[in-house]
Design a protein around this ligand. Structure first.
Ligand SMILES: *Cc1c(COP(=O)(O)O)cnc(C)c1O
Length: 233
């Protein structure tokens, strides 16, 4: 695990510098989905802080067991997967950042729960950049309207955008999707009138290209934890 993590960190650093930024400007989110809390503890003990889960049940389970880690090895939890409106309450107070905001109804449910608990939540709008039917997310054409609709919800801090690029064996082929996300990110900042600097994109197979095109957060699972043994994308 240490070797894999070190190698990923080195590659992230190299791509970050290649993109004209400083080492440390890109945050690695270790995607621990399908792996037990003990695996998270193992990677956390190597100094990794940010962890991602795509299913709310797993987020609840592992964040319940590990909470925010220890003072030596803190843990920040990211909810990176689609969330049903009736589960909105389950991420409030648990996730430090929600990457998959994709409907006004979900945003309203989150807002209500956050208000009740007097909390706020950093959120990213998920964009369906490849406009695949099978994917969640706001279509690029609808992003501006969506952002305007959720902007008044004051417990939701819109921090930027998230996407999953088209599945591919050649990362170069999805470079245009990542580049388009960067343009959308600039449009979002203009539209909202405050900084929305977070761009969560890039996974095990394509994170280097994503960083070259401006990713600030990469979500990497299998390249750190190994292959997932049961189907649970
Ligand atoms: C599983 C998952 C990842 C990580 O995928 P790997 O190919 O294992 O790196 C990233 N983002 C989301 C939303 C995921 O569900």
């Amino acid at each position: 695990m240490k070797e894999r993590l070190d190698e990923i960190c080195d590659r992230i650093k190299a791509s970050t510098i290649k993109s004209g930024r400083m080492a440390g400007d890109v945050t690695l989110i270790a995607v621990s989905k399908t792996f037990p809390s003990s695996a998270v503890t193992g990677v956390s003990s190597l100094g990794q802080v940010d962890f991602g889960e795509n299913k709310v049940q797993e987020l609840v389970l592992k964040s319940g067991e590990l909470e925010n880690g220890t003072s030596d090895h803190p843990i920040r939890w990211h909810m990176i997967g689609h969330l049903q409106r009736n589960k909105a309450k389950d991420i409030v107070g648990r996730a430090d950042m929600f990457h998959a905001l994709d409907s006004v109804r979900l945003a309203s449910a989150l807002q209500a729960r956050l208000k009740a608990e007097e909390l706020t939540l950093d959120c990213l709008i998920q964009v369906n950049i490849s406009a695949e039917d099978s994917k969640f997310g706001i279509l690029p054409d609808e992003l501006k309207l969506f952002a305007e609709q959720i902007a008044p919800l004051d417990a939701i801090n819109i921090r930027g955008l998230m996407t999953l690029a088209s599945p591919t064996n050649s990362p170069e082929s999805v470079r245009p999707e990542f580049a388009q996300m960067r343009d959308l990110s600039e449009m979002l900042t203009e539209c909202l009138g405050y900084p929305t600097p977070v761009l969560s994109m890039g996974m095990s197979s394509d994170f280097e290209v994503a960083i070259e095109e401006g990713a600030t957060h990469v979500r990497i699972g299998s390249a750190i934890f190994g292959a997932r043994t049961y189907l649970n994308t």
